[in-house]
Ligand binder design. Structure first.
Ligand code: A5P
Length: 232
């Protein structure tokens, strides 16, 4: 917590969101440092007797949840999810559209979000922006074959494109075996249109723009946790 100034807020909002889970629910478990606090708090609630099943959005979250004794399931048993709680890299004021995927899990995160009746996003105030793309690049997951062509096309659409690398300098490989191109577009005027245009590129598997998926954002700031609702 000490080397991340936002960590106390992430912890606070992760713990608040854990209270939304009720007995019998199927719950999508997000990825990232904020979601880790959620998973830890849910692990404690399981110790106290809460019964639910989790569908994790990454192998990291799966491991963490398993270690804490949280029951896990897949889409074969539960093709529909009651509630997903996940972090975000940027949240657009008003629309609650999101940029996600700086943690590398955007494909699974989007599949889980799409299967969910409700998506609650947990974030600290630094994530709230007037325009998506203000701080974060849009991560785009592409197949390894032909990634250079996908990158070229994204460049023609106005992005500065950086293939993501791991700490050793090799290409970062997602849970799905794909690559990520971090695409800096600057402030995005029309995120729904950009999402469609990116997804139209052959070789693109998914992109980190989440349009109309979050119903609610729990936002932690110095004054505590406040709730933002879409359109409000
Ligand atoms: C993971 O792929 C992302 O979508 C995360 O939700 C995002 O990076 C948030 O991470 P933090 O909670 O660590 O900021």
């Amino acid at each position: 917590v000490s080397d991340d100034p936002a960590a106390a807020q992430k912890k606070q909002v992760g713990e608040a969101a854990a209270q939304l889970v009720e007995n019998g629910m199927v719950v999508g478990l997000g990825t990232g440092s904020t979601a880790n606090y959620l998973i830890d708090a849910l692990g404690r609630r399981v110790q106290e007797g809460l019964r639910f099943v989790g569908i994790p959005t990454s192998s990291r979250s799966e491991q963490r949840a398993r270690d804490l004794g949280i029951a896990l399931a897949g889409f074969a048993e539960h093709p529909e999810i009651d509630l997903t709680i996940d972090g975000a890299d940027e949240v657009e004021r008003g629309t609650l559209n999101l940029v996600k995927g700086l943690g590398g899990a955007l494909l699974r995160e989007k599949i889980v979000a799409a299967a969910s009746r409700r998506m609650v996003v947990i974030a600290d105030e630094s994530k709230l922006v007037d325009r998506l793309g203000q701080h974060a690049p849009v991560p785009v997951e592409v197949t390894p074959f032909g990634w250079e062509a996908s990158s070229h096309r994204l460049g023609q659409m106005g992005a500065r494109v950086h293939p993501r690398r791991d700490a050793q300098g090799s290409f970062f490989v997602t849970d799905g075996g794909n690559l990520i191109l971090d695409c800096a577009f600057g402030p995005i005027e029309d995120p729904p249109q950009l999402e469609r245009a990116i997804r139209d590129i052959v070789g693109v598997v998914e992109c980190g723009l989440f349009i109309g998926r979050a119903d609610t954002v729990l936002l932690a700031g110095e004054g505590g946790v406040r709730t933002l609702r879409r359109g409000a």
